[in-house]
Every structure is written in structure tokens, then in C-alpha cells.
Design a protein around this ligand. Sequence first.
Ligand SMILES: [Zn+2]
Length: 309
Amino acid sequence: MRNLAFTLLGLIMAIPTWASNPDTSLDSTTTEESSDFSISILTTALAETFPEAMIVAGGDFFKYRQLSHSAVLIEHPQGNLLYDTGLGRTIAESFEQNNWFHKATMGYTLLTPAIDQLAAENMSEKDLLAIIPSHLHWDHIGGLPDFPNTPVWVSNKVASLKEAVDPDHAPAYLTGLISGKEQWKSIEFNEKEYQGFSRSKDIFNDGRLILVDLEGHTPGQVGLFVNLDSGKRYFLIGDTTWVQRGYIDNTPRPKIVDWFNPVDWKIEQNQQVVKKVHDIYMAQPDMMIIPAHDEVAAKLIPHFPKRGY
Ligand SMILES: [Zn+2]
């Protein structure tokens, strides 16, 4: 997305069906073994405040939202992963590449970079097996320079950075964030259907973490299903939509975004992905579907250092 923003309507939208459905499996079935597999969100920055109508078609002009830039930590016995990084220590330097218009419309307030939140809990990049950016837009990899030695897994469709990072598509990509990265590794998807998506990758072959191809917003955007041992399920959808309303209503980004600040690589293809996410929303009310920037949906994931099991 880039940063946009908002608030109240989200509260209404965020009254999910699972909220009225007490999850009896939560702590009661959590075992000693399952405690080493968890999810946690690290909010690193907040975007400017925007009317919701500028974030999703059909949104209210009088309801304001303030999107967030986050990383999601997955702790797994075979290795810990960070899905997206949020914004990092050096983001101001990279952000300087933007022109005045983009600086004005994509401003942010830096909170605490992921690397520093981890450090406060005696963790470091040595504790990570890999970083998996949902895609390579600046507000998803803004913390990459803070993890110079951590492998970065990207879709095999973006393994060639020349294809992935279109210099003409400023300011979504800030080249300073990806230069010098020696640790890029290609995710080899299988032609195996999962939840309606034709390409998938079971990261540890245990059914807990499944990557799917969400190409459309960018080449090779990847989503992540997190199937916790308690039975709770998350679907992290990157920027397929910026807020829950997008997939709830199966509605695109506002036209004003396409006119002034086009962010989608292929709008129609992205909308097909939105429809698939919408279908999951309709068919599986217990699935917690999290757009990367939705500050309301983010509350469905325990905030680091708390963990969800
Ligand atoms: Zn994006």
C-alpha cells in the first residue's frame, strides 16, 4: 500500500464472527509441545491518518483510520520467521529518495523497529531462520537493513530483483532497502492447491505454515496461513487489501488511489485474489484474515512480547 490510514469503522468491521464464538480450544488444548509454535505482531510505525474512503472503495469519508507498519514473528521449533519487517532504524534515510508529493502523502511515525523490540526481549537476528517479505514495497521491508545476515525468502517470481523492483514504480520500491542483500533465497512453490490458491508451499511440511502465491498487488506477493496447534487460524494477506472491509465486501482500492498513487502491479489480477480471500471469509468464519496494514485487524494477533498459541 504505502502508508495510508484510518479508525472507527474498523472497529465495527472488526467485530468478527469468531469474536462471538468463544474459542474453547485456546488454552485448554495448548500443550507443552505446542508452546514452541506461536505468533506475535510487532508494530513498528504508524501511517498518516486518512479517511477510510481513501483506503477502500465504499469506505466512509468521515471515518478516519491510521494504518500501521508491522512485522509478524512466527516461532517454530524448526526456526523462527519474520513475515514482513515493518519500518527499521534507517528508514528515514531511504525515505529521502521520495519526492515531495510522496513524502507528503506517505508520512509515518516511527515507533520501535522490530530489531529493537526483539533486543528488548534478549533476541537478535541470530534467532531468526529467515525473513519472508509479503512483497518488496518499502513499508514491508523497511527493516531489512537491520537484519543484514538473515536470509530473505522471496517468491521464485521475484528472485530476479530486476524484475521485482521496478525503478519506474517509485516510490513503492526504495532501492536503498534492498541493495547489498546477499541472502535472497527463492521460495519454490508447489503446484498444489491450498485454500483455493493454486500454488503453495508448506514451509516445514507439518501443515502449520503454508505460503501461497498472491501475485497481483506486486509480482510474487506471498500470503501466509498460520495454523496454530490450538486450532486458531490466521491468513496474512500482505497488501491484497489494506483493510478488512476490502475482502469482506470484495471491493477494490478507491479510484483516487489508482489515479494519483497507483500501487497495484495488476489491478484486475489483484481483484481476483481479493475475491478468493472473500470466499474464504464467507466460508470459514473462524479464519482470522489480516491485511498487513490494518491496525484494527492487527489486534487479533497478540502484540510482542505476548504470543498466541
Ligand atoms: Zn504494497
